[in-house]
Ligand binder design. Sequence first.
Ligand SMILES: Cc1cc2nc3c(=O)[nH]c(=O)nc-3n(C[C@H](O)[C@H](O)[C@H](O)COP(=O)(O)O)c2cc1C
Length: 253
Amino acid sequence: MLNTTELYYFSPTGGTKKAGEIFCQGISENVKIVDLGLRDRAAEKPESELVVVAAPVFGGRIPAIVADKLGELDGNGKWAVTLAVYGNRAYEDALLELNNVIEQRGFKVVASAALVAQHSIVEEVGKGRPDEQDRRSILGFAGKVLDKMEKGAESPVKVPGNYPYKDGMSTPAAPVSLSSCKQCERCASVCPTGAILQENGTFVTSSEKCILCMACVKACPEHVRILPPPLQETMEQKLGALKSVRRENEYFL
Ligand SMILES: Cc1cc2nc3c(=O)[nH]c(=O)nc-3n(C[C@H](O)[C@H](O)[C@H](O)COP(=O)(O)O)c2cc1C
């Protein structure tokens, strides 16, 4: 086990964080956890032996906000493990993009993985993942990463994906609050892009700033924050067939 590891994650609904934490349990006793989704967070300087970076997959890419936040990290030749966490559909160019961003920051990528978590828009897809089977396989991967690091981690990591990347996702609409909203402000406080603002006593969401990450929907204690029903229905129809499919995690060393 390593003495120290840092986990940098962006996880609007918790799946990416869970997958990243499982990996870190298998690699180090001391893990410093940094939430890239917190607004007004001061830039961090990685100091551990290994930096683990975990990002969710949005439209086959990593969210632009993640690339921006990672742009503040100085790798300085340190080793990194990259984890792209996706909702049981496909991760397309996301892992390649994550690796490119991390390498541009001066890290050496020692290993990568595409891990499955519950889909944050259609929760029946990948429901309950990462589950016990995932946990065991992710811990097995962590063991292999430790072995590779002990041997000097010389071989470069190649991951699937294309460059130029596929186009970034368009966000056709933002979540809305039902009239029974109690204005507790929780949605506004968890929004990573600051898209939800109070105007004349009600909360207004900027669809320009919203990245549809679902953090506000997940955090609403009254369950009155939802995707506009036509958009939710479209997503259910698009992804419905994946409810009975189990994609497996993929590891690259
Ligand atoms: C806007 C948006 C786009 C998504 N795009 C994809 C995708 O292209 N492929 C996929 O398999 N899952 C996709 N997902 C599902 C997420 O990748 C998955 O649920 C991930 O675990 C979310 O991370 P979180 O739980 O840390 O928020 C998308 C989710 C959202 C909210």
